[in-house]
Design a protein around this ligand. Structure first.
Ligand SMILES: NC(=O)c1ccc[n+]([C@@H]2O[C@H](COP(=O)([O-])OP(=O)(O)OC[C@H]3O[C@@H](n4cnc5c(N)ncnc54)[C@H](OP(=O)(O)O)[C@@H]3O)[C@@H](O)[C@H]2O)c1
Length: 261
């Protein structure tokens, strides 16, 4: 059984967001699924409704746009069927030398990875505070722990998400509303191919499955944590970034980035 009655999951049409939807649905949580691919969401909604008996709404929205965010924000503010869990998961990456990537892709990345997270969290926090209970999981990344050469804008967007989430976790202490920055490393989804990132230099054993990321995220939120890095190897990396000088880590990441681009 889930702790949550109804969840909004963004980016639910694939990868980590789909895994959140499947896990929450199986646990008995009603769902509002958000992404641009309406047909894919509808198929998932039908499957989960049939299999788990939960109520599943589909909300097709492009979260790089103010209108798309406003549609989802309105659903979060609707108290006829209140939402108690928001998973801000939709995100995109860009990869390559900054300046060689089309500006619009970088601007869209900020709109989705940062602005949409702020807009939806703003809508959810007001409602959840009034309810005296709620949870927000913001899917960040391991790249949040240090600047990320050859993924500079992506790393900066995730540093924003982690910093924002940690601050809110503290602001909301004692209100019944928990906030978690979930920071996965390499996870097997469509993300790398959509971002133009080569998978070849990354050993097979290092990859996480989306389900592992979801399990750790939900457990960490339930435990009242502010940040969670899923998987032992990635936890070790996050620990290293606290003790190894930032300039050294940036040089190492840059040399890997140089070879890939
Ligand atoms: N996979 C990894 O290695 C990894 C590592 C660290 C962090 N993350 C983070 O994990 C999150 C989920 O990514 P994933 O790995 O599951 O990738 P994914 O399989 O590519 O899923 C991305 C999701 O975001 C949705 N999306 C993309 N653009 C959108 C837009 N403009 N409006 C609304 N929804 C949009 C996509 O659906 P539509 O195309 O249907 O809109 C899809 O459901 C992201 O925030 C990513 O940064 C991933």
């Amino acid at each position: 059984m889930s702790d949550w009655r109804r969840a909004v999951v963004t980016g639910a049409s694939s990868g980590i967001g789909e895994a959140f939807a499947r896990r929450l649905g199986a646990d008995g949580t009603d769902l509002v699924l958000v992404a641009r691919s309406a047909d894919t969401l509808q198929r998932l909604a039908d499957e989960l409704g049939e299999r788990s008996g939960v109520t599943v709404e589909v909300c097709a929205a492009d979260l790089t746009t103010p209108d798309g965010c406003a549609t989802v924000a309105a659903r979060l503010a609707d108290d006829t069927a209140p939402v108690d869990l928001l998973v801000n998961n939709a995100g995109i990456g860009t990869s390559g030398a900054f300046g060689s990537i089309e500006l619009q892709r970088e601007v869209d990345l900020i709109a989705l990875n940062v602005t949409a997270v702020v807009r939806l969290t703003h809508a959810a926090v007001a409602r959840m505070r009034a309810q005296g209970r709620g949870g927000i999981i913001n899917v960040s990344s391991l790249t949040a722990f240090q600047p990320y050469p050859f993924g500079a804008n992506y790393g900066a967007s995730k540093a924003y998400v982690t910093s924002f989430s940690k601050a809110l976790h503290t602001e909301l202490a004692g209100t019944g509303v928990g906030v978690l920055a979930l920071c996965p490393g390499f996870t097997r989804t469509n993300f790398q191919s959509a971002a133009g990132i080569s998978r070849t230099p990354i050993p097979d054993w290092l990859w996480l499955q989306p389900e592992e990321v979801v399990d750790e995220g939900l457990a960490a939120l339930a435990a009242g944590r502010s940040v969670r890095v899923p998987g032992a190897a990635f936890k070790a990396w996050a620990g290293l970034t606290k003790v190894v000088p930032d300039a050294l880590i940036r040089r190492a990441l840059a040399s890997v980035g140089h070879r890939r681009h």
